[in-house]
Design a protein around this ligand. Structure first.
Ligand SMILES: [Zn+2]
Length: 119
């Protein structure tokens, strides 16, 4: 009979954000989420790296869209409010620019250094 242990990982699936469980069956390790996404340790790290990049790009887009939204709604706010909103949008554009620098510096996990054979 094969011995299997399961350990909840306090992080979420990079594909669906569901809870992850590390499943150890004798010498084999796999990580599975609640809906069934299945990873090897190296595959999880690689997919998580891709998720990090996508998440930052989504934040860049959301921050950059702030100025577009302010202008789209300009006719519906007072001139004072519009001035304030435009200043806030400029600040958000600056934050987006900083995140663009972050995402360009991102490096994926280097698997050869992080994944060891299981015992
Ligand atoms: Zn999943």
């Amino acid at each position: 009979m094969r011995s299997t242990s399961r350990t909840l990982i306090e992080a979420t699936c990079p594909d669906c954000r569901g809870p992850l469980t590390l499943i150890r069956t004798e010498g084999l390790i796999e990580i599975r989420c609640l809906v069934g996404h299945l990873y090897t340790p190296a595959g999880l790290l690689q997919t998580h790296s891709e998720t990090q990049e996508r998440a930052i790009w989504a934040a860049v887009l959301a921050l950059e869209e702030a100025a577009v939204m302010v202008e789209a709604l300009a006719d519906f706010v007072s001139p004072e409010a519009l001035t304030s909103l435009r200043l806030q949008a400029v600040k958000k554009a600056g934050q987006a620019a900083r995140l663009r620098e972050v995402v360009q510096e991102l490096e994926p996990f280097r698997m050869e250094e992080l994944v060891r054979p299981t015992s």
